[in-house]
Design a protein around this ligand. Structure first.
Ligand SMILES: Nc1nc2c(ncn2[C@@H]2O[C@H](COP(=O)(O)OP(=O)(O)O)[C@@H](O)[C@H]2O)c(=O)[nH]1
Ligand SMILES: Nc1ncnc2c1ncn2[C@@H]1O[C@H](COP(=O)(O)OP(=O)(O)O)[C@@H](O)[C@H]1O
Length: 214
């Protein structure tokens, strides 16, 4: 049941390409079906197995620019030579229902969402690879990008990593199960902090009334 009194959290995942954001995001969604995933718009080509509206909304440059001009994007940025952006409508709908939303965005997206009017409800998590060799191995074994694309992403990895300290939490995705467990723990703790401010104040008022009625 949507809870309109509760404020939805915006959970931002960022990392260098290949560190495991998409994999961890999928696992979190399987763990908690109430979580919404913010499907971004992008001008990059779909990878094999990706479908429009699931991983991304695949747009031409003209379509993307139109969305930006119409004010339909919560944030947008150029990453690896393509444009990526977060459509505003679904995020506002989720927030209106008090639902928590997961974002897979780069550091520029993280900064823009943090600085938006929704910033007070942001929980941001930066995911590091256990080593640069492992990062490269993951990008290559994912086998979805050309060597040129992989090399370009590797070259940008240190620049992305340099933003780690802007995030609330930083975790190393070495063992996948452990990283997922850490994410669940963060989400559970942040939800109880949020609920402390909203749902629980009503509960404490009830305890007060009970106390006075003794
Ligand atoms: N600012 C911003 N970055 C995004 C958005 N969607 C995806 N990205 C980032 O764009 C980068 C490239 O994403 P993608 O092409 O899917 O490659 P992958 O990260 O290697 O799977 C990643 O850092 C994503 O987090 C978005 O809506 N806004
Ligand atoms: N902890 C891990 N150990 C080994 N391989 C992993 C781990 N996490 C993710 N991977 C693999 O690394 C590749 C890149 O992960 P992905 O989630 O696509 O990264 P990102 O979304 O950050 O670019 C995928 O093939 C994924 O299965």
């Amino acid at each position: 049941m949507p809870d309109t009194n509760r404020r939805g959290l915006l959970i931002i995942l960022s990392s260098p390409s290949g560190a495991g954001k998409s994999t961890l995001a999928k696992r979190l969604m399987n763990w908690d079906s109430t979580l919404r995933f913010s499907v971004s718009a992008t001008t990059r080509d779909p990878r094999p197995g990706e479908s429009d509206g699931v991983e991304y909304f695949f747009k031409s440059r003209a379509e993307f620019e139109k969305m930006v001009d119409q004010g339909d994007m919560l944030e947008h940025a150029e990453v690896f030579g393509n444009f990526y952006g977060t459509p505003k409508g679904p995020v506002e709908a989720a927030m209106g229902e008090g639902r928590d939303t997961l974002f897979d965005v780069d550091w520029q997206g993280g900064q823009q969402i943090r600085n938006s009017s929704l910033g007070k409800d942001v929980v941001s998590i930066f995911i590091l690879p256990p080593s640069i060799a492992a990062l490269e191995e993951r990008l290559r074994s994912r086998a979805q990008d050309s060597d040129a694309v992989i090399n370009g992403r590797m070259e940008k990895s240190l620049a992305e990593i340099s933003h780690w300290s802007e995030y609330d939490y930083v975790l190393v995705n070495d063992d996948l199960d452990r990283a997922e467990e850490q994410l669940r723990t963060i989400l559970t703790a942040e939800r109880s902090r949020r609920d402390r401010q909203t749902g629980l104040s009503e509960f404490v008022r009830k305890l007060n009334r009970e106390f006075e009625a003794r």
